[in-house]
Ligand binder design. Structure first.
Ligand SMILES: *[C@@H]1O[C@H](CO)[C@@H](O)[C@H](O)[C@H]1NC(C)=O
Ligand SMILES: *[C@@H]1O[C@H](CO)[C@@H](O)[C@H](O)[C@H]1NC(C)=O
Ligand SMILES: *[C@@H]1O[C@H](CO)[C@@H](O)[C@H](O)[C@H]1NC(C)=O
Length: 494
Protein backbone atom coordinates (compact mmCIF):
# COMPACT_ATOMS: atom_id res chain seq x y z
CA UNK A 1 0.00 0.00 0.00
CA UNK A 2 2.93 2.30 0.81
CA UNK A 3 4.50 1.75 -2.57
CA UNK A 4 1.18 2.46 -4.17
CA UNK A 5 1.08 5.70 -2.28
CA UNK A 6 4.62 6.57 -3.34
CA UNK A 7 3.76 5.75 -6.91
CA UNK A 8 0.67 7.81 -6.74
CA UNK A 9 2.64 10.66 -5.24
CA UNK A 10 5.19 10.48 -8.04
CA UNK A 11 2.47 10.66 -10.62
CA UNK A 12 0.85 13.50 -8.79
CA UNK A 13 4.10 15.42 -8.59
CA UNK A 14 4.70 14.88 -12.28
CA UNK A 15 1.20 16.06 -12.97
CA UNK A 16 1.56 19.05 -10.70
CA UNK A 17 4.69 20.09 -12.50
CA UNK A 18 2.93 20.49 -15.77
CA UNK A 19 0.18 22.39 -14.06
CA UNK A 20 -0.45 25.94 -15.16
CA UNK A 21 0.75 28.78 -13.02
CA UNK A 22 -2.41 28.93 -11.02
CA UNK A 23 -1.78 29.71 -7.40
CA UNK A 24 -3.18 26.91 -5.39
CA UNK A 25 -4.51 27.84 -2.09
CA UNK A 26 -5.10 26.26 1.28
CA UNK A 27 -7.58 27.40 3.82
CA UNK A 28 -6.58 30.68 5.36
CA UNK A 29 -6.74 30.44 9.11
CA UNK A 30 -6.60 34.21 9.36
CA UNK A 31 -9.78 34.65 7.39
CA UNK A 32 -11.75 34.20 10.56
CA UNK A 33 -10.20 36.88 12.71
CA UNK A 34 -10.30 39.86 10.41
CA UNK A 35 -13.10 42.18 9.44
CA UNK A 36 -13.34 43.28 5.87
CA UNK A 37 -15.92 45.99 5.85
CA UNK A 38 -14.62 47.80 8.88
CA UNK A 39 -17.43 50.22 9.05
CA UNK A 40 -18.23 52.77 6.42
CA UNK A 41 -17.08 52.46 2.82
CA UNK A 42 -18.63 49.64 0.83
CA UNK A 43 -16.16 48.66 -1.86
CA UNK A 44 -18.27 46.89 -4.44
CA UNK A 45 -16.08 44.70 -6.60
CA UNK A 46 -17.02 41.94 -8.95
CA UNK A 47 -16.85 44.08 -12.07
CA UNK A 48 -13.72 45.22 -13.92
CA UNK A 49 -14.25 48.91 -14.77
CA UNK A 50 -13.32 50.15 -18.23
CA UNK A 51 -10.04 51.94 -18.77
CA UNK A 52 -11.17 55.38 -19.89
CA UNK A 53 -11.14 55.80 -23.64
CA UNK A 54 -9.18 52.63 -24.23
CA UNK A 55 -11.70 49.88 -23.78
CA UNK A 56 -15.26 49.30 -24.66
CA UNK A 57 -17.58 46.71 -23.27
CA UNK A 58 -20.11 44.77 -25.23
CA UNK A 59 -22.08 41.95 -23.80
CA UNK A 60 -23.97 41.21 -26.96
CA UNK A 61 -23.45 37.71 -28.14
CA UNK A 62 -25.97 35.15 -29.16
CA UNK A 63 -27.04 32.85 -26.41
CA UNK A 64 -29.86 30.37 -26.62
CA UNK A 65 -32.75 30.80 -24.18
CA UNK A 66 -33.40 28.16 -21.53
CA UNK A 67 -35.26 25.05 -22.57
CA UNK A 68 -38.97 25.76 -22.15
CA UNK A 69 -42.10 24.10 -23.39
CA UNK A 70 -44.05 21.19 -22.08
CA UNK A 71 -42.72 19.37 -19.06
CA UNK A 72 -42.00 15.67 -19.07
CA UNK A 73 -43.69 15.51 -15.71
CA UNK A 74 -47.16 16.29 -14.50
CA UNK A 75 -47.81 17.41 -10.96
CA UNK A 76 -47.21 14.88 -8.25
CA UNK A 77 -50.18 12.75 -7.25
CA UNK A 78 -51.42 13.62 -3.79
CA UNK A 79 -49.45 11.47 -1.39
CA UNK A 80 -51.19 8.52 0.21
CA UNK A 81 -52.01 9.00 3.87
CA UNK A 82 -48.98 8.10 5.90
CA UNK A 83 -49.49 4.81 7.74
CA UNK A 84 -46.20 3.87 9.24
CA UNK A 85 -42.90 4.83 7.64
CA UNK A 86 -42.06 2.75 4.65
CA UNK A 87 -38.65 1.22 4.92
CA UNK A 88 -36.62 1.63 1.79
CA UNK A 89 -34.96 -1.41 0.41
CA UNK A 90 -31.21 -1.19 0.16
CA UNK A 91 -28.49 -3.53 -0.84
CA UNK A 92 -24.74 -3.29 -0.79
CA UNK A 93 -23.55 -3.29 -4.36
CA UNK A 94 -20.24 -4.35 -5.72
CA UNK A 95 -18.81 -1.26 -7.27
CA UNK A 96 -19.20 -1.81 -10.98
CA UNK A 97 -16.64 0.77 -11.96
CA UNK A 98 -13.82 -1.70 -12.63
CA UNK A 99 -11.78 -1.90 -15.79
CA UNK A 100 -9.90 -4.78 -17.32
CA UNK A 101 -6.18 -5.05 -16.78
CA UNK A 102 -3.97 -4.73 -19.82
CA UNK A 103 -2.95 -8.33 -19.28
CA UNK A 104 -6.11 -10.38 -19.42
CA UNK A 105 -4.84 -12.93 -16.94
CA UNK A 106 -5.06 -10.34 -14.24
CA UNK A 107 -8.78 -9.96 -14.64
CA UNK A 108 -10.87 -6.97 -13.65
CA UNK A 109 -9.45 -4.25 -11.47
CA UNK A 110 -11.17 -2.49 -8.59
CA UNK A 111 -12.02 1.12 -9.44
CA UNK A 112 -8.91 2.18 -7.55
CA UNK A 113 -7.03 -0.27 -9.72
CA UNK A 114 -7.94 1.71 -12.77
CA UNK A 115 -5.78 4.52 -11.47
CA UNK A 116 -2.99 2.06 -10.97
CA UNK A 117 -3.50 0.68 -14.43
CA UNK A 118 -3.12 4.09 -15.97
CA UNK A 119 -0.02 4.64 -13.88
CA UNK A 120 1.45 1.28 -14.80
CA UNK A 121 0.83 1.81 -18.49
CA UNK A 122 2.50 5.21 -18.28
CA UNK A 123 5.49 3.77 -16.39
CA UNK A 124 5.77 0.91 -18.82
CA UNK A 125 6.18 3.23 -21.79
CA UNK A 126 8.78 5.17 -19.81
CA UNK A 127 10.81 2.07 -19.10
CA UNK A 128 10.39 0.82 -22.65
CA UNK A 129 11.70 4.04 -24.14
CA UNK A 130 14.67 4.13 -21.74
CA UNK A 131 15.54 0.56 -22.70
CA UNK A 132 15.13 1.31 -26.37
CA UNK A 133 17.38 4.33 -26.04
CA UNK A 134 19.96 2.32 -24.17
CA UNK A 135 20.09 -0.59 -26.58
CA UNK A 136 21.94 1.10 -29.47
CA UNK A 137 24.33 2.69 -26.99
CA UNK A 138 25.23 -0.64 -25.50
CA UNK A 139 25.63 -2.15 -28.97
CA UNK A 140 27.88 0.70 -30.06
CA UNK A 141 29.92 0.39 -26.97
CA UNK A 142 30.51 -3.30 -27.28
CA UNK A 143 31.31 -2.94 -30.97
CA UNK A 144 33.83 -0.17 -30.38
CA UNK A 145 35.41 -1.89 -27.41
CA UNK A 146 35.87 -5.03 -29.53
CA UNK A 147 37.54 -2.99 -32.22
CA UNK A 148 39.87 -1.39 -29.76
CA UNK A 149 40.77 -4.68 -28.13
CA UNK A 150 41.66 -6.00 -31.55
CA UNK A 151 43.66 -2.91 -32.31
CA UNK A 152 45.54 -3.15 -29.05
CA UNK A 153 46.20 -6.82 -29.62
CA UNK A 154 47.60 -6.27 -33.07
CA UNK A 155 49.56 -3.36 -31.71
CA UNK A 156 51.03 -5.54 -28.99
CA UNK A 157 51.88 -8.16 -31.57
CA UNK A 158 53.58 -5.73 -33.87
CA UNK A 159 55.42 -4.27 -30.91
CA UNK A 160 56.70 -7.67 -29.98
CA UNK A 161 57.57 -8.30 -33.62
CA UNK A 162 59.45 -5.09 -33.95
CA UNK A 163 61.27 -5.61 -30.70
CA UNK A 164 62.45 -8.94 -32.03
CA UNK A 165 63.37 -7.70 -35.51
CA UNK A 166 65.14 -4.62 -34.40
CA UNK A 167 66.73 -6.15 -31.39
CA UNK A 168 70.22 -5.32 -32.55
CA UNK A 169 69.31 -1.97 -33.84
CA UNK A 170 67.62 -0.78 -30.75
CA UNK A 171 69.11 2.65 -30.67
CA UNK A 172 67.65 3.54 -34.06
CA UNK A 173 64.39 2.01 -33.33
CA UNK A 174 64.01 3.07 -29.74
CA UNK A 175 62.54 6.43 -30.58
CA UNK A 176 59.91 4.82 -32.74
CA UNK A 177 59.31 2.14 -30.19
CA UNK A 178 58.89 4.73 -27.52
CA UNK A 179 56.15 6.33 -29.52
CA UNK A 180 54.41 3.08 -30.15
CA UNK A 181 54.68 2.30 -26.46
CA UNK A 182 53.23 5.66 -25.60
CA UNK A 183 50.30 5.08 -27.88
CA UNK A 184 49.90 1.63 -26.52
CA UNK A 185 49.84 2.95 -22.99
CA UNK A 186 47.40 5.66 -23.89
CA UNK A 187 45.00 3.31 -25.57
CA UNK A 188 45.34 0.81 -22.79
CA UNK A 189 44.49 3.50 -20.29
CA UNK A 190 41.51 4.49 -22.33
CA UNK A 191 40.33 0.95 -22.39
CA UNK A 192 40.98 0.56 -18.68
CA UNK A 193 39.34 3.75 -17.45
CA UNK A 194 36.99 5.31 -19.95
CA UNK A 195 35.10 2.22 -20.90
CA UNK A 196 34.59 0.97 -17.38
CA UNK A 197 33.21 4.37 -16.39
CA UNK A 198 30.78 4.34 -19.30
CA UNK A 199 29.78 0.87 -18.38
CA UNK A 200 29.33 1.96 -14.79
CA UNK A 201 26.93 4.69 -15.91
CA UNK A 202 24.94 2.21 -17.92
CA UNK A 203 24.97 -0.15 -14.98
CA UNK A 204 23.48 2.61 -12.88
CA UNK A 205 20.72 3.22 -15.39
CA UNK A 206 19.99 -0.48 -15.52
CA UNK A 207 19.87 -0.66 -11.73
CA UNK A 208 17.41 2.19 -11.67
CA UNK A 209 15.21 0.47 -14.20
CA UNK A 210 15.45 -2.74 -12.24
CA UNK A 211 14.40 -0.85 -9.11
CA UNK A 212 11.49 0.70 -10.96
CA UNK A 213 10.36 -2.69 -12.16
CA UNK A 214 10.60 -4.05 -8.62
CA UNK A 215 8.47 -1.20 -7.35
CA UNK A 216 5.87 -1.83 -10.02
CA UNK A 217 5.83 -5.51 -9.19
CA UNK A 218 5.28 -4.71 -5.54
CA UNK A 219 2.46 -2.31 -6.40
CA UNK A 220 0.84 -4.93 -8.58
CA UNK A 221 1.15 -7.45 -5.79
CA UNK A 222 -0.45 -5.04 -3.33
CA UNK A 223 -3.25 -4.31 -5.77
CA UNK A 224 -3.82 -8.03 -6.31
CA UNK A 225 -4.18 -8.48 -2.56
CA UNK A 226 -6.74 -5.70 -2.43
CA UNK A 227 -8.68 -7.09 -5.34
CA UNK A 228 -9.05 -10.55 -3.83
CA UNK A 229 -12.38 -9.50 -2.39
CA UNK A 230 -14.88 -7.77 -4.64
CA UNK A 231 -14.89 -4.11 -3.75
CA UNK A 232 -17.83 -2.80 -1.77
CA UNK A 233 -18.97 0.78 -1.63
CA UNK A 234 -18.61 2.32 1.78
CA UNK A 235 -22.33 2.62 2.16
CA UNK A 236 -25.11 0.77 0.39
CA UNK A 237 -26.76 2.42 -2.57
CA UNK A 238 -30.53 2.25 -2.59
CA UNK A 239 -31.93 -0.21 -5.07
CA UNK A 240 -34.30 2.37 -6.45
CA UNK A 241 -32.80 4.30 -9.33
CA UNK A 242 -34.07 6.58 -12.08
CA UNK A 243 -33.36 9.18 -14.73
CA UNK A 244 -32.82 11.87 -12.10
CA UNK A 245 -33.91 12.63 -8.56
CA UNK A 246 -37.51 13.52 -9.41
CA UNK A 247 -37.86 10.17 -11.16
CA UNK A 248 -36.37 8.46 -8.12
CA UNK A 249 -38.76 10.31 -5.82
CA UNK A 250 -41.73 9.12 -7.87
CA UNK A 251 -40.41 5.57 -7.74
CA UNK A 252 -40.36 5.67 -3.96
CA UNK A 253 -36.85 6.91 -3.22
CA UNK A 254 -37.97 9.55 -0.77
CA UNK A 255 -34.99 9.70 1.60
CA UNK A 256 -32.37 12.34 0.97
CA UNK A 257 -29.13 10.50 0.24
CA UNK A 258 -26.84 9.22 -2.47
CA UNK A 259 -28.48 7.45 -5.42
CA UNK A 260 -27.39 6.12 -8.77
CA UNK A 261 -29.03 7.89 -11.69
CA UNK A 262 -29.03 7.16 -15.40
CA UNK A 263 -30.46 10.03 -17.48
CA UNK A 264 -30.63 7.90 -20.63
CA UNK A 265 -29.78 4.43 -21.84
CA UNK A 266 -26.48 5.54 -23.36
CA UNK A 267 -25.12 7.01 -20.15
CA UNK A 268 -23.30 4.95 -17.55
CA UNK A 269 -25.17 5.32 -14.25
CA UNK A 270 -23.44 7.67 -11.84
CA UNK A 271 -23.77 8.71 -8.21
CA UNK A 272 -25.49 11.88 -7.15
CA UNK A 273 -26.96 13.29 -3.99
CA UNK A 274 -30.74 13.73 -4.07
CA UNK A 275 -32.44 16.19 -1.75
CA UNK A 276 -35.87 14.61 -1.35
CA UNK A 277 -37.21 16.88 1.39
CA UNK A 278 -36.69 20.57 0.44
CA UNK A 279 -39.79 21.91 -1.34
CA UNK A 280 -41.18 18.38 -1.69
CA UNK A 281 -37.93 16.89 -2.91
CA UNK A 282 -36.83 15.68 -6.32
CA UNK A 283 -33.71 17.88 -6.31
CA UNK A 284 -30.45 16.75 -7.86
CA UNK A 285 -27.48 18.41 -6.17
CA UNK A 286 -25.09 19.76 -8.81
CA UNK A 287 -22.90 21.98 -6.63
CA UNK A 288 -22.22 22.04 -2.90
CA UNK A 289 -19.94 24.03 -0.60
CA UNK A 290 -20.13 23.63 3.14
CA UNK A 291 -16.73 23.36 4.78
CA UNK A 292 -13.99 24.23 2.30
CA UNK A 293 -12.80 20.62 2.15
CA UNK A 294 -12.61 20.52 -1.64
CA UNK A 295 -10.50 22.83 -3.80
CA UNK A 296 -12.64 24.47 -6.49
CA UNK A 297 -9.75 26.19 -8.30
CA UNK A 298 -9.65 23.59 -11.04
CA UNK A 299 -9.11 23.08 -14.73
CA UNK A 300 -11.61 22.88 -17.55
CA UNK A 301 -11.38 19.10 -17.76
CA UNK A 302 -12.13 18.69 -14.09
CA UNK A 303 -15.13 20.98 -14.27
CA UNK A 304 -16.30 19.01 -17.30
CA UNK A 305 -16.01 15.64 -15.57
CA UNK A 306 -16.95 16.79 -12.08
CA UNK A 307 -14.98 16.49 -8.84
CA UNK A 308 -15.35 16.31 -5.07
CA UNK A 309 -17.20 13.94 -2.75
CA UNK A 310 -20.79 12.99 -3.47
CA UNK A 311 -21.83 11.89 0.00
CA UNK A 312 -20.73 10.40 3.31
CA UNK A 313 -22.04 7.92 5.79
CA UNK A 314 -22.39 9.80 9.04
CA UNK A 315 -23.08 6.68 11.02
CA UNK A 316 -26.53 5.67 9.83
CA UNK A 317 -25.24 3.08 7.40
CA UNK A 318 -26.09 4.97 4.26
CA UNK A 319 -24.73 8.03 2.47
CA UNK A 320 -27.14 10.64 3.77
CA UNK A 321 -24.66 13.51 4.18
CA UNK A 322 -23.69 15.35 1.00
CA UNK A 323 -20.07 16.32 0.46
CA UNK A 324 -18.55 19.23 -1.41
CA UNK A 325 -18.71 18.58 -5.13
CA UNK A 326 -19.26 19.81 -8.66
CA UNK A 327 -21.35 17.31 -10.61
CA UNK A 328 -19.60 18.05 -13.92
CA UNK A 329 -20.61 20.31 -16.78
CA UNK A 330 -21.31 17.47 -19.21
CA UNK A 331 -23.73 15.86 -16.78
CA UNK A 332 -25.38 19.13 -15.81
CA UNK A 333 -25.80 20.01 -19.47
CA UNK A 334 -27.29 16.63 -20.33
CA UNK A 335 -29.82 16.66 -17.51
CA UNK A 336 -30.92 20.26 -18.06
CA UNK A 337 -31.40 19.75 -21.79
CA UNK A 338 -33.80 16.82 -21.32
CA UNK A 339 -36.64 19.26 -20.63
CA UNK A 340 -37.59 22.38 -18.69
CA UNK A 341 -35.49 22.39 -15.53
CA UNK A 342 -35.61 24.61 -12.47
CA UNK A 343 -32.74 25.45 -10.14
CA UNK A 344 -32.69 26.20 -6.44
CA UNK A 345 -29.65 27.95 -4.99
CA UNK A 346 -29.61 27.87 -1.19
CA UNK A 347 -27.05 29.71 0.90
CA UNK A 348 -26.14 30.29 4.51
CA UNK A 349 -23.94 32.86 6.25
CA UNK A 350 -21.72 32.31 9.29
CA UNK A 351 -24.45 33.25 11.73
CA UNK A 352 -26.75 30.57 10.36
CA UNK A 353 -29.05 32.90 8.40
CA UNK A 354 -30.37 31.33 5.22
CA UNK A 355 -31.71 32.69 1.92
CA UNK A 356 -32.29 31.25 -1.52
CA UNK A 357 -32.60 32.12 -5.17
CA UNK A 358 -34.71 30.05 -7.52
CA UNK A 359 -35.01 30.11 -11.31
CA UNK A 360 -37.96 28.43 -12.97
CA UNK A 361 -35.84 27.74 -16.04
CA UNK A 362 -32.21 26.69 -16.13
CA UNK A 363 -30.32 25.21 -19.06
CA UNK A 364 -26.63 24.58 -19.70
CA UNK A 365 -25.62 24.12 -23.33
CA UNK A 366 -23.09 21.49 -24.33
CA UNK A 367 -19.31 21.81 -24.36
CA UNK A 368 -19.40 22.75 -28.06
CA UNK A 369 -20.89 26.09 -26.98
CA UNK A 370 -18.75 26.28 -23.82
CA UNK A 371 -21.68 25.41 -21.56
CA UNK A 372 -23.58 28.67 -22.04
CA UNK A 373 -25.83 29.43 -19.05
CA UNK A 374 -29.46 30.37 -19.57
CA UNK A 375 -31.90 31.11 -16.74
CA UNK A 376 -35.27 32.73 -16.36
CA UNK A 377 -38.11 33.14 -13.88
CA UNK A 378 -36.43 34.35 -10.68
CA UNK A 379 -37.96 34.09 -7.24
CA UNK A 380 -36.46 34.07 -3.76
CA UNK A 381 -34.85 36.39 -1.23
CA UNK A 382 -31.13 36.18 -2.02
CA UNK A 383 -31.20 38.56 -4.97
CA UNK A 384 -31.33 37.97 -8.69
CA UNK A 385 -27.62 37.91 -9.47
CA UNK A 386 -27.88 35.77 -12.60
CA UNK A 387 -30.26 38.08 -14.47
CA UNK A 388 -29.75 41.51 -12.92
CA UNK A 389 -26.13 41.53 -11.79
CA UNK A 390 -25.00 43.32 -8.67
CA UNK A 391 -27.40 45.92 -7.31
CA UNK A 392 -24.44 47.69 -5.66
CA UNK A 393 -23.24 48.66 -9.12
CA UNK A 394 -24.79 50.89 -11.74
CA UNK A 395 -25.10 51.15 -15.49
CA UNK A 396 -22.49 49.30 -17.47
CA UNK A 397 -20.70 48.23 -14.27
CA UNK A 398 -23.79 46.31 -13.26
CA UNK A 399 -24.27 44.81 -16.70
CA UNK A 400 -20.73 43.41 -16.44
CA UNK A 401 -21.81 41.23 -13.54
CA UNK A 402 -24.81 39.51 -15.14
CA UNK A 403 -24.25 35.77 -15.56
CA UNK A 404 -27.13 34.78 -17.79
CA UNK A 405 -25.93 34.03 -21.34
CA UNK A 406 -22.29 33.65 -20.31
CA UNK A 407 -20.01 30.79 -21.27
CA UNK A 408 -18.16 28.77 -18.67
CA UNK A 409 -14.57 29.78 -17.89
CA UNK A 410 -11.78 28.13 -15.94
CA UNK A 411 -8.26 29.37 -15.31
CA UNK A 412 -7.01 27.32 -18.22
CA UNK A 413 -9.89 28.14 -20.60
CA UNK A 414 -10.95 31.77 -20.84
CA UNK A 415 -14.42 32.38 -22.27
CA UNK A 416 -15.38 35.39 -20.18
CA UNK A 417 -16.39 38.83 -21.35
CA UNK A 418 -13.34 40.68 -20.03
CA UNK A 419 -11.19 41.59 -23.03
CA UNK A 420 -11.42 38.16 -24.69
CA UNK A 421 -8.03 37.01 -25.91
CA UNK A 422 -6.03 38.96 -23.36
CA UNK A 423 -4.40 36.37 -21.10
CA UNK A 424 -3.79 38.92 -18.34
CA UNK A 425 -7.52 39.63 -18.11
CA UNK A 426 -9.11 36.39 -17.05
CA UNK A 427 -11.83 36.42 -14.43
CA UNK A 428 -11.34 32.79 -13.45
CA UNK A 429 -7.65 33.30 -12.70
CA UNK A 430 -8.44 36.10 -10.29
CA UNK A 431 -11.72 35.00 -8.78
CA UNK A 432 -10.83 31.51 -7.69
CA UNK A 433 -13.11 29.03 -9.45
CA UNK A 434 -14.73 27.85 -12.66
CA UNK A 435 -17.89 29.81 -13.43
CA UNK A 436 -20.03 31.61 -15.98
CA UNK A 437 -17.95 34.75 -15.60
CA UNK A 438 -18.92 37.91 -17.42
CA UNK A 439 -16.60 40.84 -16.55
CA UNK A 440 -16.59 39.32 -13.92
CA UNK A 441 -19.28 38.33 -11.39
CA UNK A 442 -22.03 39.18 -8.96
CA UNK A 443 -22.21 35.59 -7.75
CA UNK A 444 -19.17 33.39 -7.24
CA UNK A 445 -20.32 30.11 -5.62
CA UNK A 446 -17.20 28.25 -6.76
CA UNK A 447 -14.83 30.84 -5.30
CA UNK A 448 -12.28 30.49 -2.55
CA UNK A 449 -13.58 29.31 0.81
CA UNK A 450 -12.85 31.78 3.64
CA UNK A 451 -13.54 30.58 7.14
CA UNK A 452 -15.46 33.15 9.14
CA UNK A 453 -17.09 35.07 6.30
CA UNK A 454 -15.58 38.53 6.14
CA UNK A 455 -12.34 38.86 4.21
CA UNK A 456 -10.31 41.69 2.69
CA UNK A 457 -8.67 42.39 -0.63
CA UNK A 458 -5.31 42.02 1.17
CA UNK A 459 -6.22 38.43 2.00
CA UNK A 460 -7.24 37.59 -1.57
CA UNK A 461 -4.60 36.19 -3.92
CA UNK A 462 -5.19 38.89 -6.51
CA UNK A 463 -6.90 41.54 -4.41
CA UNK A 464 -10.23 40.66 -5.99
CA UNK A 465 -13.41 39.42 -4.33
CA UNK A 466 -12.60 35.76 -4.91
CA UNK A 467 -14.66 34.38 -2.00
CA UNK A 468 -17.85 32.33 -2.09
CA UNK A 469 -19.80 35.46 -2.91
CA UNK A 470 -23.45 36.34 -3.55
CA UNK A 471 -23.19 40.11 -3.87
CA UNK A 472 -26.89 40.89 -3.66
CA UNK A 473 -27.06 39.30 -0.23
CA UNK A 474 -23.75 39.92 1.52
CA UNK A 475 -21.69 42.06 -0.83
CA UNK A 476 -18.25 41.37 -2.27
CA UNK A 477 -16.26 40.95 0.91
CA UNK A 478 -18.26 38.28 2.66
CA UNK A 479 -17.65 34.63 1.85
CA UNK A 480 -20.62 32.38 2.57
CA UNK A 481 -20.48 29.44 4.92
CA UNK A 482 -22.54 27.20 2.67
CA UNK A 483 -24.07 27.32 -0.77
CA UNK A 484 -25.65 24.63 -2.90
CA UNK A 485 -27.23 24.39 -6.35
CA UNK A 486 -29.97 21.84 -6.99
CA UNK A 487 -31.94 21.11 -10.14
CA UNK A 488 -35.27 19.43 -10.79
CA UNK A 489 -37.39 18.92 -13.90
CA UNK A 490 -39.86 21.78 -13.94
CA UNK A 491 -43.51 20.85 -13.67
CA UNK A 492 -46.53 22.82 -12.63
CA UNK A 493 -47.63 21.70 -9.21
CA UNK A 494 -51.26 20.93 -8.75
C1 LIG B 1 -2.52 36.08 11.04
O1 LIG B 1 -2.39 37.48 11.07
C2 LIG B 1 -1.56 37.95 12.10
C3 LIG B 1 -1.58 39.47 12.07
O2 LIG B 1 -2.82 39.95 11.71
C4 LIG B 1 -0.15 37.39 11.93
O3 LIG B 1 0.66 37.80 13.01
C5 LIG B 1 -0.21 35.89 11.88
O4 LIG B 1 1.07 35.36 11.59
C6 LIG B 1 -1.17 35.41 10.81
N1 LIG B 1 -1.32 33.98 10.85
C7 LIG B 1 -1.31 33.23 9.75
C8 LIG B 1 -1.48 31.78 9.96
O5 LIG B 1 -1.23 33.73 8.64
C1 LIG C 1 -15.97 42.74 13.21
O1 LIG C 1 -17.35 42.75 12.89
C2 LIG C 1 -18.15 42.47 14.01
C3 LIG C 1 -19.60 42.37 13.53
O2 LIG C 1 -19.80 43.19 12.41
C4 LIG C 1 -17.94 43.56 15.06
O3 LIG C 1 -18.73 43.28 16.20
C5 LIG C 1 -16.48 43.60 15.44
O4 LIG C 1 -16.23 44.68 16.34
C6 LIG C 1 -15.61 43.78 14.23
N1 LIG C 1 -14.21 43.68 14.59
C7 LIG C 1 -13.29 44.50 14.13
C8 LIG C 1 -11.91 44.21 14.56
O5 LIG C 1 -13.55 45.42 13.38
C1 LIG D 1 -18.06 52.08 -12.82
O1 LIG D 1 -17.00 51.78 -11.92
C2 LIG D 1 -15.93 52.69 -11.94
C3 LIG D 1 -14.87 52.22 -10.98
O2 LIG D 1 -15.34 51.32 -10.06
C4 LIG D 1 -16.41 54.09 -11.59
O3 LIG D 1 -15.36 55.01 -11.67
C5 LIG D 1 -17.52 54.48 -12.54
O4 LIG D 1 -18.05 55.72 -12.16
C6 LIG D 1 -18.61 53.42 -12.53
N1 LIG D 1 -19.64 53.76 -13.50
C7 LIG D 1 -20.91 53.88 -13.18
C8 LIG D 1 -21.84 54.19 -14.28
O5 LIG D 1 -21.30 53.75 -12.01
Amino acid sequence: MKTLLVLYLCVYVAWAQDNLDYDDYGTDANASNKNATTGTSVDARGHRPLMKGRESYSRNRYSPPPVGGVSRYRGRPTPAPVGGQQVQEKEPQPDAGGCTHASEMMGVLCPTGCELKTTLLKQETDVKTSINQLKPQVDDLSRSSNNIFNYVNSMSNSLRERQRVFNDNSRVVSQYTDRVEEQHAYIKETVDTLFPSNIRVLQGVLDKIRLKIQKLEKAIQAQKEECKEPCKTKCPIPVVSGKECEDIFRRGGQDSQMYLIQPDAFTTPYKVYCDQSTQNGGWLLIQNRLDGSVDFGRRWDEYRRGFGNIAFDAGKGHCETPGEYWLGNDRISQVTKMGPTEILIEMEDWTGAKVNAQYRQFTIQSEASNYVLAVDGYSGNAGNCFLEGSLELFGENRTMTIHNGMMFSTYDRDNDNWNPGDPSKQCSREDGGGWWYNRCHSANPNGRYYIGGAYTSQMAKHGTDDGVVWMNWKGSWYSLKAISMKIRPYFASR
